[in-house]
Design a protein around this ligand. Sequence first.
Ligand SMILES: Cc1cc2nc3c(=O)[nH]c(=O)nc-3n(C[C@H](O)[C@H](O)[C@H](O)COP(=O)(O)O)c2cc1C
Length: 170
Amino acid sequence: MEFKEVVKNRYSCKNFKADAVEPEKIEAILAAGRLAPTAKNLQEQHIYVVQSEDMLAKIDELTPCRYHAPAVLVVAFDKNNVFTYPGGKRDSGVEDATIVATHMILAAENEGVDSCWVNFFDPDKAAETLGLPENEEVLMLMDLGYAAEGAGPLANHDSRKPLDETVTYL
Ligand SMILES: Cc1cc2nc3c(=O)[nH]c(=O)nc-3n(C[C@H](O)[C@H](O)[C@H](O)COP(=O)(O)O)c2cc1C
């Protein structure tokens, strides 16, 4: 798919049908995440692919936002392997994992797989429930699957501020 189409067509799917996502599509999505840039090339992300009934039930304990997706990617990062920027206020963990997740959500669209970015959960509870190692923090959950019949972008999907409200040429 043309990049412009990928970016334009992606939307947050909030109702999935049961059909599984093909393994080769999951692999393509993960491969796009692998190519994401990270600060100092630390690649501190850790992606968990959740597809079993048992583990999907655990996701449902964490958030109401799985929307029946048959696959969920848990995007985490190693808190002990981040780059702290000058000034010491911020480090790379959250943003590196966000870039990885963004690559993957666009790759999903490119593969014809619908998705939803989910942050409505407690990251500490998520790490505990999913049995993650202590050094990992969960950034986001990515629902993946195929839209149920009648599902589609929400009414506000096309509502974006004009560029002159969010961009300034200096
Ligand atoms: C950082 C972030 C967190 C989000 N968390 C949730 C969430 O927890 N549950 C949900 O249903 N949608 C969530 N969304 C989806 C947004 O509601 C959606 O992207 C936004 O309304 C714009 O709609 P669109 O993605 O269809 O363009 C999240 C999106 C982002 C970028």
